[in-house]
Design a protein around this ligand. Structure first.
Ligand code: HEM
Length: 395
């Protein structure tokens, strides 16, 4: 059957708000195909997404444009083995379950304060009042940033996050040079102090961690601090917001989880699958490669649609239903393979602790549909007003 309707594209404004119909079109009609922007190709099906993520030799993470003469930065996310292996080994030794678990109490205290303030407002905003500030506070705490420095820390975090996509596409990070200098000066001082006087936090662990590969260098430590701001903040915001969105769309699920909070982890896994907070990641082909019936030429950038894979009808039964009983949920919201998200346990902990506080206090959530859902943007919308019906106080 031929259709006269033009094929949807990634750049339609409606797609930015809700890309899921576009993903469904891609999975059906163009699962591995050029996207019509620069050299970019898209990968939409679960099976092909897994293949890409599990084959770093063919699908490299060195995706940014390299500017001649510009220093190569040792970022774990944008490198392949052996550089990635060295950094990942060191970081995994410091970012342990113990270090994550150590955050529980302070996350709970911060979440409680933020939720108290949010629920007292006539017009609460789930992003601005809770889901954005909480992860920034948690990372600041893990890096041992003093409370008085939080406003500056947030300014750096905002600037780095806003500029990451253009930097990746052009390789030019001059827009951030002022912020990077301030950031590096601040953290160089912190690192020097931690070398003399270790503390109980992630940054201190990173300073002192050592494997057969040696220790992290000063530049590697600074880059990792920056990476934490980019990789760990808005994504976690997205998880809290997306879970709230799912509860507003599925009041029956909210009622079940409120009645039995042991269902909360399953609800969060399903929220990660249903609305992936980090919808897509990049790779670059190192050779001509045949995948999903198409041949992608060497040196092509590929957009790996994690959010589309998570709704693939070939991988999930009734993928557009939000279910608490999926058992092992094979979603790829945290990626797969060697770059699998280092911060996944922390993100899960933050969302669980926050929602464990919030859910017993509310009986319903509503989000008015006139607001932009921004489901294509990593982390979702920058602001989202929500209506909460308060639960009756229990004795
Ligand atoms: C719900 C929240 C989060 C989501 C959805 C998420 C998603 C992801 C994904 C998809 C990747 C793999 C990217 C790729 O393969 O190209 C990744 C990697 C990474 N994430 Fe997360 N992330 C989240 C939270 C966090 C947090 C809280 C941190 C740290 C505090 C963090 C730190 C990292 C780091 C360092 C990497 C790079 C790992 C590597 O290259 O080996 N993430 N994340």
């Amino acid at each position: 059957m031929t259709s006269t309707k033009p094929a949807p594209t990634l750049f339609d404004p409606a797609v930015a708000n809700d890309p899921y119909p576009f993903y469904a079109y891609l999975r059906r009609e163009a699962p591995v195909a050029p996207l019509g922007l620069m050299d970019l190709w898209g990968i939409a099906r679960h099976e092909d997404v897994l293949r890409v993520l599990r084959d770093p030799e063919t699908f490299s993470s060195v995706v940014g444009q390299r500017v001649p003469g510009m220093e190569e930065l040792p970022s774990m996310l944008f490198n392949d083995p052996p550089i990635h292996t060295r950094l990942r080994g060191l970081i995994a030794k410091a970012f342990t379950p113990r270090v994550v678990e150590l955050q529980r109490e302070s996350i709970a205290a911060r979440a409680r304060e933020l939720i108290d303030a949010m629920l007292a407002k006539p017009d609460p905003d789930i992003v601005l009042d809770l889901a954005y500030p909480l992860p920034v506070m948690v990372i600041a705490h893990m890096l041992g940033v003093a409370d008085g420095d939080h406003a500056t820390f947030k300014r750096w975090s905002d600037a780095i996050i806003e500029n990451v996509a253009p930097i990746l596409l052009t390789g030019d990070d001059s827009a951030l040079s002022g912020v990077n200098q301030e950031f590096d000066a601040y953290f160089s001082k912190r690192l020097a102090k931690l070398r003399r006087e270790p503390e109980e936090n992630l940054l201190s662990e990173l300073v002192h961690v050592e494997t057969d590969e040696g220790k992290l260098t000063e530049l590697e430590l600074l880059m990792f601090c920056r990476l934490l701001l980019v990789a760990g903040n808005e994504t976690t915001t997205g998880l809290i917001v997306n879970a709230t969105r799912a509860f507003s769309e599925h009041p029956d699920v909210l009622a079940r989880v409120r009645a039995d909070l042991s269902l909360l982890p399953a609800a969060l896994e399903e929220a990660l699958r249903y609305y992936a907070p980090f919808p897509a990641t990049f790779r670059r082909t190192t050779r001509d490669v045949e995948i999903g019936g198409a041949t992608i030429p060497k040196d092509t950038r590929v957009l790996v649609f994690l959010a589309s894979a998570n709704r693939d009808e070939r991988a999930f039964e009734k993928p557009d239903e939000f279910r608490l009983d999926r058992g092992t949920n094979r979603h790829v919201a945290f990626g797969m393979g060697i770059h699998y998200c280092v911060g996944a346990p922390l993100a899960r902990l933050e969302a669980e602790v926050a929602l464990r506080d919030l859910l017993p206090r509310i009986s319903a959530v509503s989000i008015s549909p006139d607001q932009d859902a921004a489901l294509l943007r990593p982390g979702g919308p920058k602001s989202l007003r929500v209506g909460f019906s308060m639960a009756r106080a229990s004795a």
